[in-house]
Ligand binder design. Structure first.
Ligand code: TTP
Length: 682
């Protein structure tokens, strides 16, 4: 019997509970069971909190608070600090912990590493196999000992305003719901039933999580449903140390009260636009719009996607990816820390290069692969606006000095200070180095050295390239038995580097015929002298309160280094304050041009992602924003040419009209999409 559309798969998201806290607790068992938080940079008001134990959360401690403020709220709070190296946060121990967890999970399924502590897996095939085992469900109540079933029992309401249940009552409610769910399963054990498949998947996930805890000591939660969006959503419903099965039949009720921004891919600008344009707040409200109306407002592709999504349907595949696709490190220099001298810029390039060298060597050893490309990006502050640039060049080895020299060569044209150029202008407020385009080490040695040095792309996967069994790339698993995995997604630095201008001018992205653009740094090392490590200089970079607008004020410091589920990991970007993505939105106002000046092309095209809609090539980590850009264009076109959708309520119509009216702006003030529309269509 064919399964209902959208209910064919069993997808799980496994997410570690208060991950950095657990890592610190494992290193220092005295912290276990205590209210505890992890801070980054202790120098200003006790540092910024990036992770909070559930005991501390119960006492009001939140991510983004300053350590001192958290101590006031929770006097017994234990603070652990993220180690530092090269003048910046060193996340090695968390990465190491992440690798341990991944090693366990990948024994059960082919996994997609979504961030430093999140993993997706498609369990459909294995769940189907398990269903064939006789007696599988007989012990289910016992075996599903930490499983909650969302929406069960059916008459139980999820009221977010109700006071939290005691642990005892929560457990009672869980058992009751689980039993009701099991009772509702088809009696004939029809092996094609989506509900049975989910149940078999949940049994697997119980085993996976138990194995993670037994072998690493870390606890995690999980969400089990029919797609990535629902799996991610359900994972957060009953944290910590619980897994939640979300059946399709419970989706409508859940969505009726679920804010749009909590849904995967709708947490940013796209979600904001949907809310503003349609004047809706909950996912369920989107169901009131017909597919045609959503097409009109958002274009066919996004409109259809939204139409499905608000019904719980999502078809994004789980993409096998074991290793991060890029290895990067970055540093922000906010306020007075901004770099205004060339020597400072060189110094920090060297610091970042030194970290990158260490990590590349370690990666080479552990994962048998070598990066072939170096990307450098910097963020500049000009008249309180930030602009960003990125460039890349072939990478012939992980030597820190050479990395730093190459990076310097790539970015020095951005310095507009007058000769003799001891100064750097505009001030640098963010620097990042990232290595990518990995090749299996054995393949490297088998290939001609020239080919390697020039980054010739004949074996490069590129974005969306077919998986190549001979390569490790960014995605293959060390568990060889699992077969070749393809690489698809961008690496670590989405939230930092946005809008590189190079994508406008890059040569034709033909991965076979492409030759590297003429770029002095591509093949030669510029004769620069780098200062020796300024130990113990760099000038200590005390964490100071972020400067006034466009940066956030310390009083509402948001989460540090916001995560992006498609990238390597949250705090890997070393961001004290808002994600750069948000800062950029704050920094730009309607009427201002987009921040990227047209610099010369420098990206070997094999790393570019070609947009199916406009053919433009973007950096992989800009792909998501580029899609948002099309969405904005669709929106703009639909506003100017097409009849309005007919939202169900008058207030909605009014809001849409406001957005349509030429010269008028909706009362949403700074939250309009105007700044987006400054960008010229491709
Ligand atoms: P999360 O999975 O978002 O959070 P968490 O694991 O601490 O807690 P939860 O149980 O609610 O999932 O992030 C994983 C780790 O990433 C987190 O422990 C610390 C780090 N991180 C940051 O450094 N900055 C951030 O802004 C976020 C969101 C996470």
């Amino acid at each position: 019997m064919p399964l209902d559309r959208g209910k064919e798969r069993v997808v799980v998201l496994v997410d570690m509970d208060c991950f950095y806290v657990q890592v610190e607790q494992k290193a220092n068992p005295e912290l276990k069971g205590k209210p505890c938080a992890v801070v980054q940079y202790k120098t200003w008001q006790g540092g910024g909190i990036v992770a909070v134990s559930y005991e501390a959360r119960a006492q009001g401690v939140k991510r983004g608070m300053r350590g001192m403020e958290a101590m006031r709220r929770c006097p017994g709070l234990q603070l652990a600090q993220i180690p530092e190296a090269h003048g910046k946060a060193n996340l090695s121990r968390y990465r190491q912990a992440s690798a341990e967890v991944l090693a366990v999970l990948s024994r059960f399924a082919v996994i997609e590493r979504a961030s430093i502590d999140e993993v997706y897996a498609d369990l459909t095939a294995e769940a189907g196999r398990r269903l064939k085992q006789p007696g599988l469900l007989q012990q289910a109540v016992t075996l599903l000992g930490s499983t909650c079933v969302e929406g069960f029992p059916r008459d139980r309401d999820r009221d977010s305003r109700a006071p939290p249940l005691s642990a005892l009552h929560r457990e009672e409610a869980r058992r009751e719901g689980l039993q009701a769910w099991l009772d509702s399963l088809p009696a004939d054990r029809d092996q094609g039933s989506p509900e049975l498949l989910l149940t078999a998947g949940a049994l697997m996930v119980e085993e996976m999580r138990a194995a993670v805890e037994a072998e690493t000591g870390y606890r995690c939660s999980a969400g089990i449903s029919h797609n990535k969006v629902l799996a991610k959503l359900s994972c957060g419903l009953n944290k910590p140390n619980r897994q939640t099965l979300l059946p399709m039949e419970s989706v409508d009720r859940l969505f009726d009260t679920l804010p749009i921004s909590t849904i995967r891919n709708l947490g940013g600008k796209l979600g904001e636009s949907v809310s503003q344009l349609l004047q809706v707040h909950n996912m369920g409200q989107l169901r009131a719009f017909s597919q045609a109306q959503l097409h009109t407002s958002f274009g066919v592709k996004t409109g259809s996607w939204l139409f499905d999504l608000c019904r719980g349907l999502d078809f994004e595949p789980v993409r096998p990816r074991y290793f991060p696709k890029s290895i990067g490190c970055s540093k922000n220099f906010m306020g007075k820390e901004a770099l205004t001298m060339c020597e400072q810029v060189k110094h920090w390039l060297l610091q970042l290069s030194t970290e990158l060298e260490e990590r590349l060597l370690q990666d080479q050893q552990q994962n048998g692969r070598t990066a072939r490309q170096l990307a450098v990006a910097l963020r500049l502050e000009e008249e309180r606006q930030s602009r960003s640039f990125s460039r890349c060049c072939p990478l012939a080895g992980p030597d820190a000095q050479r990395l730093a020299q190459r990076a310097w060569t790539l970015i020095q044209a951005c310095n507009t200070a007058q000769p003799p150029q001891a100064a750097w202008s505009p001030p640098v407020i963010g620097l990042s180095l990232s290595a990518r385009d990995f090749l299996e080490t054995s393949v490297v040695s088998a290939r001609g050295i020239t080919d390697f040095l020039t980054g010739s792309s004949s074996q490069s996967p590129g974005a969306g390239a077919a998986p190549n069994p001979g390569r490790v790339g960014g995605a293959q698993s060390p568990v060889r038995g699992l077969g070749p995995f393809g690489a698809h997604r961008a690496g670590t630095i989405t939230s930092f580097f946005v809008h590189a201008p190079t994508n406008k001018t890059c040569p034709s992205p033909d991965p076979v015929t492409h030759t590297l653009p003429a770029q002095p740094s591509s093949l030669s090392i510029a004769p620069l002298t780098f200062p020796p490590p300024l130990s113990p200089t760099p000038p200590p970079v005390p964490e100071t309160p972020p400067s006034p607008a466009p940066h956030p004020s310390p009083s509402h410091t948001p989460p540090l280094g916001r995560r992006d589920s498609e990238h390597t990991g949250p705090a890997e970007m070393d961001l004290p304050g808002l994600s750069f993505f948000k800062r950029k939105a704050l920094a730009r106002s309607p009427g201002q041009p987009p921040p990227d000046p047209p610099l010369s092309p420098s990206l070997p095209t094999e790393v570019l992602v070609r947009c199916a809609r406009c053919g433009e090539s973007t950096l992989p980590w800009q792909e998501a924003e580029h899609k948002d850009f099309h969405f904005a264009l669709d929106l703009q076109r639909s506003l100017s040419t097409l009849p309005p959708p007919s939202p169900p309520a008058r207030t909605k119509q009014k809001a849409v009209d406001q957005l349509r009216a030429p010269g008028k702006r909706a009362r949403t003030g700074s939250k309009t999409l105007d700044w987006y529309f400054q960008k010229a269509p491709p």
